[in-house]
Design a protein. Structure first.
Lengths: 610, 348
C-alpha cells in the first residue's frame, strides 16, 4: 500500500484516458482465468466499447504461463498492441518480467503474495489485492476455491476502471448458460474484491471505462465458431476430424450449431466423425465428397501434413471437399498454441507432383462465415478440394464484427448430373465421360453413386486416366489431363473471391497481405497517413492469385507484402506468378508466433522505405 | 433357348467389368468372378453398389467386376476411410471393398481396426496372398514365419492373422476362405452382402507369380490339399427357407445343422463337417483362428457371426434420406435462424 501513495500524487495529474487502453492478464494455465478474462471482455463489449481479447497461451493443461490481452479502443482498433498499459500480474513466475514490460505510467494489479517478489518501479501504479484473505471470506466450496480465485482481479478491475457489477452478473449468467448457482458463486467473489478495492485502494492512474455506443448491433465470436456456423449454412453433411490445436473448437462449433440443421424429428443432416487420425479424416471427407455429400475437415499444420496424400488424390480425381487449416506455428510441432501464416505455400501446393490447391484466406469473422458456406459452392463448382486457411488468432480469439450476411447465392452443386440430366447430356454430346471438358473451362461433369442410369458409373482413381476415366499410361492422355486441370485453375481465378483493394490514394507505396494482419495494417496505415505517408492496400482472399494483384503491383513504385511467416511465402508466390518487373516487391515478414501489431508494421515499413 | 437372366432381366455378362490385367491364374480373378456371380444371382442393382479399394494387385480388381457400379481406387491402406465417408453420404448404397494383405495388414492396419469399430456396413474383402505383387515379391505381414523367398530370404517374423484381428476389433461377421473354393466364396459373399455391419472376408488368394510354391501356405497346391472347411454353407433367403428346409434337413442329424438367422430374415445354414464350430461363439472363433495359426491348419468358413451393432449412420442418428440427396432447403437453415444466432451474440 505504501507504494501507491508514493506515486499517485504525480500520476493523478494526467488527463483521464477513457476507453483507449490495453490490459494484459498474466495467469497460470488451467487456473480458471479463461472465464475471468471472458467476463471482462464481454462486459466491455456490452458497455458498447470496441474490444478485442487475445489469448496467448501455452501448450499445456496446467501450470505454464498464459497471457490474455484485452484491448479497448473507442476508435475501433482491435489489433494487438505490443505494449499494454495495465497488467494483471497473477502469475508469480512471470510477474517480475510482466511488471518491467509496463510503460511509464502503467498499472500493475497483483496479489499480496506476488507483490513481495516483484521489483518496485516508481513510475507505475501498484494495486495489491489480498487474495488469500478475500478468499477466506468467500463462501465458496473448497473444490472451486482455486478456480474462482481469479475472479478477484475481475472485481478489482471493475472497481478501478468502472465496469458495472450488475452487467458483470449478466455476463456471468450467459457464460454459465443461465445457471444461477455458478454465476452467483463467481459474482460473490467479484463483489468481495470490488468492495475491498473501493475501501482500501486509492486510484492513481488515469484509465477508466465509460459506456459508449461502439458495439451496438455488433457481435463477438471466435473465427472457428464463425467458420463452423458458415459451414452449417453451407450445407455441410459429413464432418471428419482429429483433435488438434487450434482447430478443435471449429468442430466443437459445428457440434454446437448442428441442431440448426436437424429435422423436426431431431434427426441429423450432419454426420460428425472423430477419426483415428488425420489420414482417416481426409479419407472420410474424400469418400463423402465423391459420393455426393458436402464434407469438411478442420485441422492444423501437422494434420495438413498427414492429409497431403488425400489432398493430391482429391485434386487429381477431382473430388469436391473442404479442408480448414487453422494455422499454428511450424515447422514440425512448432509452437502449437501460437499463431502463424506459415502454411500458405505448403497448403497451396499440397500433394506430390504438379498439384495446386484452391485456397481461401479469411481475415475476419465475416469472411470466416462467408467462406464457411461459400467454400462448398466453390468446391462443387470447380470439382476440387478447397482449403480455407485461417489461423489461431482468428480461430480461437474473440473478435468484434458486424453481424453476418445471410448467403446471397443459392446452394450451387456445380456440374452434377442426375439421371435425367445425364440422359440429356448424352443426347447432346453423344457420350458422357467423367473428365470430358465440353464447356472449354476445364470443368467436366460428374455423376455420383446411386444415379440410376446405365452409363452413370465411372471409376475414380489417382492413377493416370483419360477423359472417359479409363486407366491410361499414354503420355498424350496425361498431358491433356494436366492441361485441362491447369485451365480449370485459370477458370478458378475469376470465380474465386476477388482481392479487397483500397487504391484510392495518391500513393507510391502499395501494401499487399492476406488473412488476419488486416486489423494491424488498417491501424498502421492510419499512423503512416498521419505522418504524411500514403499507402494503397490490397488484401488477397484466394489462391490462385487474381489478375488484379498484378495490376496493383505494376501500379506502385514500392510494394510491401506483409505476412506473418518467416520466409515471406506470399511474396514468393507473387514472384512465381508475376515474374516480370518485381524488384520493387519486398516482404515484411515476421513470424514470431504472435498476432501482428501496428507498431511493428509502421516501424519496419518506414525503415525499409528509407 | 433365350439367354439366362436374373430377376432384373439382366444377363450375367452385364455384371462384368473391364478385362483383368492381372497375371493369368491369379486368385484375385476368381474372387472377381464370384462377385459377378453373387450380384447376378441376387439380382443386385449395380447403380446402388459402390466398389472401393486401396492400392495393390487386389485393389485393381474393382475395375474387373460390376462395370455398372461406381468405383474408387483410392490410396494404399486408406480404403476404409473412403468407404466410411461414402457410406455416410449415401446410406442407400451397398459397398464391396477390396483390399490385400499389404493394404490391410501393414499400411492400413489402423483404418482396418477403426472401420470395424465404427461398424460401417460393407463387405471388406482381403485378397490375402502373403506377398507384395506390384513391387515384385516382398513379404507381407501375413507371410508365414520361416518362409523363404528368392530375393528376400527367410521371414523371421510371425504372421498377423487378419481374421483374428477382425474378431478382436469387434467385427460381427468374419470369414476365411480360399479363392480356389468357389462354392464357399460364393456362399460367404451372399451372406456378407446382406450383413448390415462390417463383414470381413479374409480370402487366401494365391499369387501365381511370387508366392505359389507348394511350401507356401498361401499357394494353390497347399490350399487345395489342406483346406478344411468348418461347415458346408448354404444361404437361405427369407422367401425360400421352407422349400429348401425339407430337402436338406433330413440328411443331417439334429445338432449338426446351425441356422444363423440374419438381420433381413435370411439364414446362413451351416452343416457340420469334421469339427464342431459354432460361429456365434466368440471364444470358439478365437480358438479356431489361434489353432489355425499355431498348427498351420487351413480352416475356412464362417468363423464368427453376431447380430450387428447399430451402424455408424445409425449412431449418428441421420435422416433417412441419404445426405447426398438432400434438397437445398434441408441443407441451409432459413435467414431467421442466422438472425437468431446473431441476436444472441449482440450486446443486449
Amino acid at each position: 500500500m505504501a507504494i501507491q501513495t508514493e506515486t499517485h500524487q504525480t500520476l493523478d495529474k494526467r488527463a483521464p484516458i477513457c476507453n483507449d487502453f490495453a490490459f494484459s492478464v498474466a495467469t497460470k494455465n488451467g487456473s480458471g482465468s479463461q472465464t475471468s478474462n471472458n467476463v471482462l471482455v464481454m462486459s466491455l463489449f456490452r458497455m458498447g466499447i470496441p474490444v478485442n481479447g487475445k489469448n496467448l497461451f501455452p501448450s499445456n493443461i496446467k501450470g505454464l504461463p498464459t497471457w490474455y490481452t484485452i484491448r479497448a479502443s473507442k476508435e475501433g482498433y482491435t489489433a494487438r498492441k505490443d505494449i499494454t498499459e495495465v497488467v494483471v500480474a497473477y502469475n508469480n513466475d512471470t510477474a517480475p518480467e510482466d511488471v518491467m514490460n509496463l510503460p511509464p505510467g502503467g498499472v500493475c494489479i497483483t496479489t499480496d503474495k506476488i507483490a513481495r517478489i516483484i521489483r518496485q518501479r516508481d513510475d507505475i501504479s501498484y494495486y495489491v489485492i489480498p487474495v488469500t484473505k478475500l478468499m477466506r471470506q468467500a463462501t465458496v466450496p473448497s473444490a472451486f476455491r482455486k478456480l474462482v480465485e481469479n475472479m478477484t482481479y475481475v472485481g478489482a478491475v471493475a472497481q478501478l476502471f468502472d465496469i458495472p457489477l450488475d452487467l458483470i452478473y449478466q455476463v456471468l449468467l450467459d457464460n454459465f448458460k443461465g445457471r444461477e448457482k455458478p454465476a452467483r458463486m463467481n459474482h460473490d467473489v467479484i463483489k468481495l474484491a470490488y468492495d475491498w478495492t473501493a475501501e482500501h485502494i486509492v486510484k492513481s492512474d488515469p484509465y477508466h471505462f465509460e459506456r459508449m455506443d461502439g458495439t451496438q448491433g455488433k457481435i463477438m465470436m471466435t473465427g472457428n465458431d464463425a467458420g463452423a456456423l458458415g459451414a452449417v449454412f453451407g450445407g455441410v453433411n459429413v464432418v471428419a476430424w482429429y483433435p488438434i490445436t487450434p482447430s478443435t473448437s471449429f468442430v466443437d462449433g459445428i457440434i454446437g450449431f448442428r441442431n440448426l440443421r436437424q429435422t423436426e424429428a431431431g434427426e441429423n443432416t450432419i454426420a460428425i466423425v472423430q477419426a483415428e487420425d488425420e489420414l482417416a479424416a481426409a479419407g472420410i471427407i474424400t469418400g463423402a465428397g465423391w459420393a455426393g455429400a458436402r464434407s469438411l475437415t478442420s485441422t492444423s499444420g501437422p494434420g495438413i501434413s498427414l492429409m497431403a496424400e488425400f489432398a493430391g488424390l482429391a485434386y487429381f480425381a477431382e473430388i469436391p471437399t473442404v479442408f480448414w487449416n487453422i494455422t499454428r506455428m511450424g515447422p514440425s510441432t512448432g509452437l502449437p498454441t501460437r499463431t502463424s501464416q506459415g502454411d500458405l505455400l505448403f497448403t497451396h501446393f499440397l500433394g506430390h507432383g504438379d498439384s495446386r490447391q484452391i485456397c481461401l484466406l479469411p481475415g475476419n469473422l465475416k469472411e470466416a462465415f462467408e467462406f464457411g458456406w461459400r467454400s462448398f459452392d466453390i468446391a462443387e463448382a470447380l470439382q476440387t478440394p478447397v482449403f480455407v486457411i485461417s489461423d489461431l488468432d482468428l480461430g480461437m480469439n474473440n473478435w468484434l464484427s458486424d453481424p453476418f450476411d445471410y448467403p446471397d447465392e443459392a446452394i450451387n452443386r456445380g456440374k452434377r448430373l442426375d439421371e435425367n440430366a445425364l440422359r440429356a447430356f448424352i443426347d447432346d454430346h453423344g457420350k458422357w465421360g467423367r473428365y470430358l471438358d465440353v464447356d472449354g473451362d476445364g470443368i467436366p461433369y460428374r455423376t455420383v453413386p446411386g444415379t440410376a442410369h446405365p452409363f452413370a458409373a465411372y471409376f475414380a482413381r489417382g492413377t493416370g486416366h483419360d477423359e472417359m476415366a479409363t486407366y491410361s499410361e499414354r503420355s498424350d492422355d496425361w498431358i491433356e489431363n494436366m492441361q485441362r486441370l491447369r485451365l480449370k485453375m485459370d477458370t478458378a481465378r475469376a470465380l474465386l473471391p476477388q482481392p479487397i483493394i483500397d487504391d484510392g490514394r495518391a500513393a507510391d507505396i502499395g501494401i499487399i497481405t492476406f488473412g488476419t494482419n488486416d486489423e494491424a495494417i488498417r491501424e498502421a496505415r492510419d499512423w503512416l497517413a498521419n505522418e504524411g505517408i500514403e499507402t494503397n492496400y490490397l488484401r488477397v482472399l484466394a489462391l490462385p492469385l487474381a489478375p488484379s494483384v498484378s495490376d496493383f503491383i505494376d501500379a506502385h513504385k514500392s510494394i510491401f507484402v506483409i505476412e506473418n511467416n518467416f520466409d515471406g511465402q506470399l511474396t514468393q508466390l507473387i514472384r512465381l506468378e508475376h515474374p516480370e518487373n518485381i524488384s520493387h516487391v519486398r516482404p515484411l515478414a515476421l513470424g514470431d508466433g504472435l498476432p501482428m501489431t501496428p507498431s511493428w508494421i509502421y516501424q519496419n515499413l518506414i525503415e525499409q522505405e528509407g | 433357348m433365350p439367354p439366362r437372366v436374373n430377376q432384373l432381366g439382366l444377363k450375367r455378362t452385364e455384371y462384368r467389368g473391364k478385362p483383368s490385367t492381372l497375371c493369368p491364374g491369379c486368385g484375385h480373378d476368381s474372387i472377381s468372378n464370384q462377385l459377378i456371380s453373387m450380384a447376378y444371382e441376387l439380382g443386385l442393382d449395380q447403380h446402388n453398389i459402390i466398389k472401393v479399394s486401396g492400392i495393390g494387385c487386389s485393389s485393381k480388381t474393382p475395375a474387373y467386376f460390376l462395370g455398372g457400379s461406381h468405383g474408387f481406387n483410392a490410396l494404399h491402406g486408406r480404403m476404409p476411410s473412403v468407404v466410411t465417408g461414402a457410406m455416410l453420404a449415401n446410406t442407400d448404397l451397398a459397398c464391396i471393398a477390396i483390399s490385400g494383405d499389404g493394404d490391410t495388414g501393414s499400411i492400413g492396419m489402423g483404418q482396418f481396426k477403426h472401420v470395424i469399430r465404427r461398424n460401417v456396413p460393407f463387405v471388406y474383402i482381403i485378397e490375402n496372398n502373403g506377398v507384395y505383387g506390384l513391387t515384385k515379391g516382398q513379404f507381407s505381414a501375413t507371410a508365414d514365419e520361416g518362409q523363404f523367398l528368392k530375393y528376400y530370404g527367410t521371414n523371421h517374423m510371425p504372421p498377423i492373422d487378419l481374421a483374428l484381428e477382425a474378431v478382436i476389433a469387434g467385427c460381427t461377421f468374419v470369414a476365411r476362405s480360399f479363392s480356389g473354393d468357389a462354392k464357399q466364396v460364393q456362399a460367404l459373399l451372399q451372406a456378407a452382402v446382406r450383413h448390415p455391419g462390417t463383414a470381413v472376408l479374409d480370402i487366401i488368394s494365391p499369387c501365381v507369380t511370387f508366392n505359389n510354391a507348394e511350401t507356401s501356405t498361401k499357394s494353390y497346391p497347399y490350399g487345395k490339399d489342406n483346406e478344411i472347411p468348418l461347415h458346408e454353407i448354404q444361404i437361405l433367403a427369407p422367401d425360400y427357407v421352407h422349400a429348401q428346409d425339407e430337402i436338406t434337413v433330413d440328411d443331417y442329424a439334429e445338432g449338426d445343422i446351425i441356422d444363423v438367422e440374419m438381420h433381413d430374415g435370411s439364414f446362413i445354414r451351416l452343416k457340420k463337417l469334421e469339427n464342431d464350430h459354432d460361429p456365434r461363439n466368440r471364444r470358439m472363433a478365437i480358438d479356431v483362428l489361434e489353432r489355425s495359426m499355431r498348427e498351420q491348419v487351413f480352416s475356412t468358413g464362417l468363423i464368427y457371426y453376431e447380430e450387428p451393432r447399430p451402424t455408424l449412420a445409425q449412431t449418428e442418428e441421420l435422416v433417412e434420406t441419404p445426405l447426398a440427396k438432400l434438397r437445398a432447403q434441408d441443407m441451409r437453415p432459413p435467414k431467421s435462424a442466422l438472425d437468431g444466432v446473431m441476436q444472441r451474440l449482440m450486446p443486449s
